[in-house]
Design a protein around this ligand. Sequence first.
Ligand code: FUL
Length: 626
Amino acid sequence: MKKKYLYTILFVIVAVVAINFVKNRYSVEAPAPFHPLPNERQMYYLHAPHAAFIHYGMNTYTNKEWGSGYEDVAMFNPPKEVNTDQWAEVLKECGFDRIVFTGKHHDGFCLWPSEANKVNPHTIAQSPYKNGEGDLFEQLSESCTKHEIDMGVYLSPWDAYEEHIGGNYTSELYNDFYVIQLNEVLSKYGRYNEKLGRREIVEIWLDGATGSNNPPVYDFNRFTDVMRQHQPTAYIWIDALRAFQTCVSGDTCKVDGAWAMNEKGQAPDPCWNKMDIDGENTDACKNKPNGEYFFLLEADVSIRNGWFYGDGGGLKSAVDLFKERYMKSIGRGIPLILNIPPDKNGEITEEYIAVLKKYKEYLDTTFGINIMPNATKASATEERGRRFSADMVADNDYDTYWTMSDSSLTGSVTLEFGEKIKFDIVQFQEYIPLGQRVETWSIDVKTENGWEEYATGSTIGYKRIIQGKLVEADAVRLNITSSLAVPLINSFAIFRSHPDLTESDSENVQGADGEFSLSESFVKVKETDGKMSVKVTLNGGSDKELSVYVATVPGTGVQGKVYQDKTTTLTFPVGIREQEFVVDIINNQNNEGDKDFYIQLLNPQGGDVTIGKTSTIRVLVEDDEK
Ligand code: FUL
């Protein structure tokens, strides 16, 4: 009797422990979503965030960045077939997920045989290319299908040709005209998607530039409805202020992406993909921790100075692409769209391909090699049950994450390697399908001197990648130091960068023949100043003629609106140590707030000459209308 009684008690204890174990492991509730939330299209782009832009068209042949619309169609006359196969092949090979192509830039020349303007057409069908039988959207659709790379389109709403000559430029007429163009492009072209059984356009990019002072009132709600009708899965990008016109609530805007407020291919830091509209000023649509609408910022930049091929100069280096663009866009949690303009032959040049291949090599050798031992152990200051344990940061499953109880807004997760590892890159991800939450974080590493702070920063978002000094450590710790709601961390890892990218003491050592530098790194000018200048100096002694390439680079201010684009090679004959670089400042009539742009030194030539620490100057242009 006594024995039976004991067995019963034992059974009850085992049952309670087992039930609790199962409950703890499987049935702890996930934290509630923290709105606004990203939609499927935004998540898809975040998972495949490496996009290529192709700027090619009339401007390629006129050496202009913005055409006027007055260009003669006969000027679009590539010497041979435009090699869209090469674009798709090279870009796929170099690791890009999609190609977004400028089918119509601001000048209005259409690279497909558009019939939207029947009276005064201005398209490839009127040009000498393939005797009027050409269609670059068709060609690119075939090439993207063949080389298995996604396709997107850039269709400029601003259309200088229609404004001056075409005749469709009242708001109503122009909107009708533009809708015909959208219908043409979105119903016919794209990479063939077998699952959908149709051609698919994955991104639609509507630039916000309007050269005219009196542009039509674009009907973005109507435009986005047409887009969704043909391409429900397409990610739609429109610059910030216009994007808001399509929002019903925080989670339901028709537009998915908005401008990152610069054209440098860099996310703001901190980077919140949440925005609020604040009056009529686009720049007031800053990303905010508590912004009501989820817009994915997208970082755009050109591989050269200028979006079209032009003289081809000002080519960025692979190191620049990795450190300044990739790490400051994808490494701050947003997609990067890198522009690679084909030349006058309709091809990406060998010189550009060499840079892209090197860049790909940097990415593969840095992020493609797992340096964390299999025995790595994860632990945390607190766990919300087994299902949300620290192990989830290292299990390679996107949808599992480490988290804590709802009231915990700070906490740490640690990886112990069991041996000393050399690394200089730390990567961590927030599980943003349930909302972006983390405000500030720090990283510690455990070296032979014990725990040391390695980095601190704000916001994580989809992914945060930071590069610091090369360290040797046997553990790394991520501390969430403030968060808007309980943080959800779904991955945490370390990497070692390619040797060309690793910070070393030999950086910025002056070459035997000298070093080029700018005289200052920041200057303020007034919109009414007309011009600004900066001195380029050569330090060190040389008996050779040396030269350096100097170029303007857009910031929040774009060329043609805030300043005149300029690129030049400054030559320093023997004995000359200083030259001036002058840029024209545009006095526009818009109340647009202060804007900035940059001047950069690149490509020193003629001897063993380097570029010093002050290689870039930020020019802030103060708006006189504000
Ligand atoms: C800008 C345009 O004005 C440029 O020409 C380029 O297309 C770039 C991507 O967007 O604002």
